[in-house]
Design a protein around this ligand. Structure first.
Ligand code: NI
Ligand code: MN
Length: 230
């Protein structure tokens, strides 16, 4: 099995699993960090963690153009249908629920955050994402505060954990370090920082601290950088 992870800027991510491209939280057109636009990607799957614009902004246009399967919580999937994403492309899941998709098993995990949609519609509860891809385990905390149940996700034996460090809207560096201690991933990637002034952080300082206090390796990525998981 071949798996690569690409950071696309802010909190937008791309997985390539044996050629199936999975786009997580599509926000490219208005994303100050993005180096590509929403029309530059061909993807087979889109996953949306919650309803905030910096995670869902380009979901409708990319879904309509590519015909990708769109996976999100029940409320957001219903809203995307009303925005014009064909019903046959929509797959609702919800917190604690996993499903075996063509690319592997994806479980929606808890996140402590909001999920209001750009037009004010109710977006259900925000989620994190836990991917089981062959013998690899990838966790995206997405937008969340620190919470103790991360230790349970760590028990899966994580190959990669992608964590927000921006503070203000999500975990900051200190809580993200505590998250790494519970998740014990082989590799951690920081995200959701330096996009706008309220979430400016020193990711290299976070890397130094995490690598001094844990055995996790931190990869600080700029938009477009790819790491190989398997
Ligand atoms: Ni958010
Ligand atoms: Mn966000």
């Amino acid at each position: 099995m071949s798996i690569t992870y690409t950071f696309l800027g802010h909190a937008t991510h791309l997985l390539n699993v044996d050629g199936t491209k999975i786009l997580i939280d599509p926000f490219l057109a208005g994303n100050p960090q993005a180096t590509i636009g929403p029309d530059d990607l061909e993807v087979e799957v889109i996953v949306v963690s919650h309803g905030h614009a910096d995670h869902i902004a380009d979901a409708v246009s990319i879904a309509q153009r590519t015909g990708a399967k769109v996976i999100s919580n029940f409320e957001i999937v219903g809203w995307l249908g009303k925005q014009g994403v064909p019903e046959g492309q929509l797959h609702p899941q919800h917190l604690g629920g996993g499903f075996t998709h063509e690319f592997g098993y994806l479980k929606f995990t808890i996140a402590h955050h909001g999920s209001g949609l750009p037009d004010g519609s109710y977006g259900g509860n925000p989620a994190g994402l836990l991917f089981f891809l062959g013998d690899k385990r990838l966790y995206f905390a997405c937008d969340t505060a620190l919470f103790a149940e991360m230790a349970y996700y760590g028990e899966e034996g994580l190959d990669l954990a992608v964590l927000p460090i921006g503070d203000n809207f999500t975990m900051g560096p200190a809580d993200a370090l505590k998250a790494v201690k519970m998740l014990t991933p082989k590799v951690a990637v920081p995200c959701h920082y330096n996009t706008w002034p309220p979430i400016e952080q020193d990711a290299q300082a976070w890397k130094t601290r995490v690598e001094a206090e844990t055995s996790t390796k931190v990869n600080v990525l700029t938009a477009g950088e790819i790491i190989t998981i398997a």
